[in-house]
Design a protein around this ligand. Structure first.
Ligand SMILES: CC(C)(COP(=O)(O)OP(=O)(O)OC[C@H]1O[C@@H](n2cnc3c(N)ncnc32)[C@H](O)[C@@H]1OP(=O)(O)O)[C@@H](O)C(=O)NCCC(=O)NCCS
Length: 277
C-alpha cells in the first residue's frame, strides 16, 4: 500500500471510533433488545481495531476458538499498522457511497462486505508472512460465514466498497486498486485456459455492477463501469462503460469517478482521500 492520507479528518480511525461509541450509546438507550448485540461487540473494546477484531472473531469462529482467533488477529494488527489504516478508508467508503448506511456502528455490525474485506486484509498479511495454512483457513471461514470468497494472495487496495457482497469471488492473481466499488455476485476469475497470472486487474475508481463476471488476465481501466450481469472477456479502456454478454462498449463515461455512485468527489470537489504516490 502506498502512503495514504485522509483528506477529511471525519474518517480517521479515532474519529470513527468516537462516532461508533456515540451511536452505540444512543442505540442501546433506545432499544433494550438491541443493547446486548452492541455490548457483545464493543463493550470490551478500546478502539476501532479491537472492535473490528472482536466482530470478525465472533462471526468467523465458534465460541470455543473465538478467543484464540481474536489474539492471533490482534497480534497481526500490532505488527502491521496498514491493516487498521485500510479499515478506516474502507469504512469511510461505505459511509460515503452507500445511501442505505448512515451509521458507522452499522458498518461494524452489519456490513458483511466490509467485514469480509477486513478478514481478507488479515489473511493477506498471513499469506505474505508465509502462514498460508492459517490464511486459507480465514478465507474459508469468511466464505462460509459471509459468502465472500477472496483468495488470500489477491491484492486489494484501500477505500474498497463491497455493496451487499453476497457471492463475491476474487481469484488468486487478481489486483483491485483503490476506491473500487463492487456489487453482489461478482466474479473476478480465470477463464480456465490460462495458468499462473490468470485473473483480472481492476484499476482505481472502477464500478462493477451486480452479477458481472470478469474473466482472465485482463485490465479494467481506471474509472470504467461494468454493467450488471456482464461477462467481460477483453480489456476495458479507462473511463468507459461496457455491458452485455459478452460485454461491449456502450460509451465514454459521463462521470470521471463512477465507483462513488457515479461521482467520487465530495460536493465541494474535494476527494475523500488521496493516495500518495
Ligand atoms: C451499465 C450501466 C452502468 C449503464 O448505465 P448507462 O450508461 O446509464 O447506460 P444506459 O442506461 O444509457 O443504457 C445504454 C444501453 O445499454 C443497455 N444496457 C444498460 N445496462 C446494461 C446491462 N447491464 N447489460 C446489457 N445492456 C445494458 C441499455 O439497454 C441501453 O441499450 P439501448 O441503447 O439499446 O437502449 C448500468 O445499466 C448498470 O448495469 N449498472 C449497474 C447497477 C447495478 O449493478 N445495480 C445493482 C444494485 S443492487
Amino acid at each position: 500500500m502506498n502512503a495514504i492520507a485522509l483528506v477529511n479528518c471525519e474518517f480517521t480511525d479515532r474519529a470513527l471510533w468516537s462516532r461508533i461509541l456515540a451511536e452505540a450509546d444512543e442505540a442501546s438507550t433506545q432499544d433494550v433488545f438491541f443493547k446486548p448485540v452492541v455490548v457483545d461487540t464493543i463493550a470490551e473494546c478500546r478502539d476501532l481495531a479491537g472492535a473490528i477484531i472482536s466482530r470478525i472473531a465472533g462471526l468467523l469462529s465458534p465460541p470455543a476458538s473465538s478467543m484464540s482467533l481474536h489474539m492471533a488477529l490482534r497480534s497481526l494488527l500490532d505488527q502491521d499498522s496498514r491493516i487498521l489504516a485500510a479499515a478506516a478508508f474502507d469504512m469511510a467508503a461505505v459511509l460515503d457511497r452507500d445511501p442505505a448506511t448512515t451509521k458507522a456502528l452499522h458498518v461494524l455490525l452489519h456490513a458483511k462486505g466490509f467485514l469480509a474485506l477486513q478478514t481478507h486484509r488479515f489473511a493477506h498479511a498471513l499469506w505474505n508472512a508465509g502462514q498460508q495454512d492459517f490464511a486459507l483457513h480465514l478465507q474459508s471461514c469468511a466464505s462460509r460465514s459471509l459468502q465472500v470468497d477472496i483468495h488470500p494472495a489477491a491484492q486489494l487496495g484501500i477505500g474498497i466498497f463491497f455493496d451487499h457482497a453476497t457471492g463475491i469471488v476474487i481469484g488468486e492473481t487478481s489486483i483491485v486498486e483503490d476506491n473500487v466499488s463492487i456489487l453482489q455476485n461478482v466474479t473476478l476469475g480465470g477463464t480456465g485456459k490460462e495458468a499462473g497470472e490468470r485473473h483480472p486487474k481492476i484499476r482505481s475508481g472502477v464500478l462493477v455492477g451486480a452479477g458481472a463476471a470478469i474473466l482472465g488476465n485482463i485490465e479494467i481501466g481506471a474509472n470504467a463501469r461494468i454493467g450488471a450481469g456482464s461477462v467481460v472477456l477483453r480489456p476495458v479502456a479507462p473511463e468507459t462503460t461496457v455491458a452485455g454478454v459478452p460485454a461491449r462498449s456502450l460509451h465514454q463515461n459521463r462521470s470521471m469517478a463512477p465507483a462513488r455512485t457515479m461521482d467520487q468527489l465530495f460536493d465541494d470537489g474535494q476527494p475523500l482521500y488521496d493516495v500518495g504516490l
